[in-house]
Design a protein around this ligand. Structure first.
Ligand SMILES: NC(=O)c1ccc[n+]([C@@H]2O[C@H](COP(=O)([O-])OP(=O)(O)OC[C@H]3O[C@@H](n4cnc5c(N)ncnc54)[C@H](O)[C@@H]3O)[C@@H](O)[C@H]2O)c1
Length: 361
């Protein structure tokens, strides 16, 4: 697809030297990206977003004279070269995200992460690069908090992907590409998010919290994969973005070897409990149904427990306070209701929690 520049800042050509750096953000029209764009603009940077709009939306971007948008894929050299022109730093978020999408578009998920990352890194020279990987690189895991050095390796990622290279294997390749550039002296950081959630996240691609909230507000059953006893930690997008901006502010301090850093909340919740919380906070009269994982995702196995060890993040940024799950659910429910006010009328007032548990995505 050809590059399309929709609006372009002229800050640099107008000599606004007081503005911050120009930052290239791949995947900037997506959920995390749209929050990060605002945070970077708010911090005084100029931002170039490169996005193919496959899941992201142009409407998620704010209007700003300091924002440039280039439409195209990170797999396509033309838009990548155009977007990379004159950037001081790059944040790489573009990816095929969500268990459902990553299953349906497995090969693409792998290609975008593996090949796309290389293309983006090559096009941006030696500019500091913040690459967004995933907790999927820990594979199916073994329970307990995972440290950065616990990454599963190719075999474990392949197992996570269901036997053929997909999302997790792609993220491992993304990290390897970052390590190659770091070995040549380029500042590179790899963020490993753990279930980033919050207002703005689409329910269309199988992410568990927005899917639960949307179904509850539509009066439909919450469908839990597996027995609902599996646990996850959920990390508020605004706190995640604040961590990314702070990490980005001092690339000269980035380690040339310990590139990866877990970024996420540390209090796990069972998915069944999460379903109950959503029922409580929406006041929806909906049942919680259980579907065996293998029926939802044939050939795949679920991660039973996933939580980060955040010692490295703490050593870099000090303690990070993450909003609790109830607060996040409230925010997401409020955001969804504001999107579709007609839902409000169909949902009865809150009642005590429903029984039953729900499973994770
Ligand atoms: N949200 C989470 O819980 C979570 C967890 C772990 C990792 N991550 C990673 O964070 C990043 C952002 O995730 P998100 O939740 O914002 O997802 P998202 O789907 O909302 O955003 C991804 C963006 O990338 C764009 N994109 C996809 N393929 C592209 C391509 N080939 N070229 C250019 N743009 C492309 C999409 O249009 C979209 O705007 C992803 O790399 C994801 O793997 C997210």
């Amino acid at each position: 697809m050809a590059a399309r520049v929709l609006f372009q800042t002229s800050a640099r050509s107008h000599g606004e030297a007081s503005m911050g750096e120009r930052i290239l953000l791949s995947g900037g029209c997506g959920f995390i990206g749209s929050h990060l764009v605002r945070a970077l603009l708010g911090a005084g940077h100029r931002v170039t977003v490169l996005d193919d709009l496959s899941t992201g939306a142009l409407t998620s971007l704010p209007a700003s004279p300091h924002l440039e948008f280039v439409q195209g894929s990170i797999l396509d050299p033309v838009p990548v070269t155009r977007a990379a022109r004159g950037v001081d730093a790059v944040v790489h978020l573009a990816g095929v995200v969500g268990m459902r999408l990553a299953t349906e578009r497995r090969e693409e998920a792998h290609r975008v992460a593996a090949e796309g990352t290389r293309r983006l890194l090559e096009a941006t020279g030696d500019a500091p690069a913040l690459l967004v990987s995933s907790s999927a690189v820990y594979g199916l895991g073994k329970g307990g908090p995972v440290r950065e050095e616990d990454a599963a390796g190719p075999g474990g990622c392949l197992q996570y992907d269901g036997g053929l290279p997909g999302y997790a294997s792609g993220k491992l390749a993304l990290e390897a590409a970052g390590a190659e550039h770091a070995a040549r002296g380029r500042p590179v950081r790899v963020l490993r998010p753990f279930n980033v959630v919050g207002p703005g996240q689409s329910a269309a691609y199988g992410m568990v919290l927005p899917t639960f909230v949307r179904r509850a507000l539509e009066g439909r059953p919450l469908v839990v994969h597996d027995d609902g006893e599996q646990t996850r930690t959920f990390s508020d997008v605004r706190t995640f973005v604040a961590c990314a901006v702070r990490l980005l502010s001092r690339p000269e301090a980035w380690s040339p070897t310990d590139l990866a850093v877990n970024v996420g909340a540390t209090t796990p919740i069972r998915i069944g409990e999460l379903a109950r919380l959503v029922v409580e906070e929406t006041g929806a009269e909906v049942p919680v149904e259980f579907v065996p994982y293998h029926r939802a995702f044939p050939g795949r196995r679920d991660v039973r427990a996933r939580e980060p060890d955040v010692s490295r993040l703490r050593s870099l940024l000090g303690p990070v306070e993450w909003p609790g799950m109830r607060e996040i659910v409230r925010d997401v429910v409020a955001w969804r209701r504001a999107l579709a006010p007609s839902w409000r009328a169909t949902v009865p007032p809150p009642r005590p929690a429903a029984s039953g548990t729900a499973g994770g995505i």
